[in-house]
Design a protein around this ligand. Structure first.
Ligand code: PLP
Length: 399
């Protein structure tokens, strides 16, 4: 038996690999600080946990509708109306096993050989792999520092061909934290209006983690002309600290939602019934703590950006949202470690940080833009301060 051709087109998630490595080192008693994982350190709020416990006690432990219970779909409809001014009905809502599953369903349901998907780089690691798994071709569009890590209308225009199926927009972004303003979304929308065959996958997973009065917006809201060809994607993982519960969801045209449900009916079936009950509590319960958590993330961002910018060879932009920074490490390439190893790539650099400084970050190469690294600051200020001090010492020791 050999793995399939589809499997051969993808790689294991590099971010999950770093997380697994950190857990392994920590289990072995090594004092390593993990800044690789994309998950908030906050606990799932009590009222959400209670809703899950109640669901178990009430016997809501059986199969549900394939792509979401009516209660959760209604809660998602209300969420899109409340937070995004978007009107969907329940036939336009899909609930999946995490946002990654939403991506997988949407892409595998619509993309095949010869189809192209425009992905701005740096990108979340799963986008190109899922497109490749489906048999499609990722078309990587530049969205580097010279464009404030955002896709420009010109770069979008240049990437579109008659074979383009989707463009993926992720705001705030994993891995850079960059977020699109209303005007920037409108400018991208103006390009897309001229290309009616192109659909938009709007990944808003970090919607609630924005700073300094940044006003979050999503493209179907800013450009109503694109509503009919946009899938607006979100989930409970990051905002409600529910990464382990596995609930993602999307709003879009009913035919696409139906196509995604068809695929889901032959793969996972419904998302966990208990997690769905908890997600109803998350979406319909108190929302005030989202702002409080964003404020805590903002102080951590300020700390990390400031300390990294005082580090030899590292320059770190100040992002608008999410809980990542994506500093450039260009001046460090070509240097050597105290033990004489050449730092010839960002992968070598994060390997050095893990081995010598006991700090885990993820190499920029995983996200399609080097030389850089992604640091997740979803951990305590105390640990972040120690981690940044270790990075400062490690960088100062390079020759
Ligand atoms: N979208 C982005 C940009 C992400 O960073 C992630 C998780 O890292 C997801 C979607 C998927 O989240 P999950 O599958 O955990 O709900």
């Amino acid at each position: 038996m050999q793995p399939s051709a589809a499997l051969a087109r993808i790689s294991p998630s590099p971010t999950l690999a770093v997380t697994a490595r950190v857990m392994e080192l920590q289990r072995a008693g090594v004092d390593v600080i993990g800044l690789g994982a994309g998950e908030p350190d906050f606990d799932t709020p009590e009222h959400i946990k209670e809703a899950g416990i109640r669901a178990i006690r009430d016997g809501r432990t059986k199969y549900t509708q394939v792509d979401g219970t009516p209660e959760l779909k209604a809660a998602v409809v209300a969420k899109f109306a409340r937070d995004n001014g978007l009107a969907y009905d329940t036939t336009q809502v899909s609930v999946n096993v995490g946002g990654k599953h939403t991506l997988f369903n949407a892409i595998v349901a619509t993309v095949g050989a010869g189809d192209e998907v425009v992905i701005p780089a740096p990108y979340w690691v799963s986008y190109p792999d899922v497109v490749q798994f489906a048999g499609g071709t990722p078309v990587i569009a530049p969205a580097g520092p010279e464009q404030d890590y955002k896709l420009s209308p010109e770069a979008l225009e240049a990437a579109i061909t008659p074979r383009t199926k989707w463009v993926i927009l992720n705001s705030p972004s994993n891995p850079t934290g960059a977020a699109y303003t209303v005007a920037e979304l409108r400018a991208l929308g103006d390009v897309l209006v001229r290309h009616p065959h192109v659909w938009v996958f709007a990944d808003d997973m970090y919607e609630h983690i924005v700073y300094d009065d940044f006003r979050f917006a999503t493209i179907a809201q800013v450009c109503p002309e694109l509503y009919e060809r946009t899938l607006t994607v979100n989930g409970c993982s990051k905002a409600y600290s529910m990464t382990g519960w596995r609930i993602g969801f999307a709003g879009g045209p009913a035919w696409l939602v139906k196509a995604m449900a068809k695929l889901q009916s032959q793969s996972t079936s419904n998302p966990c019934s208990i997690a769905q009950a908890a997600a109803v509590a998350a979406l319909t319960g108190p929302q005030d703590f989202l702002k409080e958590r964003a404020t805590a993330f903002q102080s951590r961002r300020d700390l990390v950006v400031s300390m990294l910018n005082q580090t030899n060879g590292i320059s770190c932009p100040r992002p608008e949202g999410a809980f990542y920074v994506y500093p450039s490490i260009a001046p460090l390439i070509g240097k050597s470690t105290p033990s004489g190893k050449l730092i010839d790539s960002d992968e070598a650099f994060v390997g050095y940080l893990l081995d010598d400084a006991r700090v885990a970050a993820v190499q920029g190469a995983a996200f399609g833009l080097s030389p850089a690294m992604r640091i997740s600051y979803a951990t305590s200020e105390e640990l972040l301060r120690t981690a940044c001090e270790r990075i400062q010492t490690a960088c100062a020791a390079l020759r």
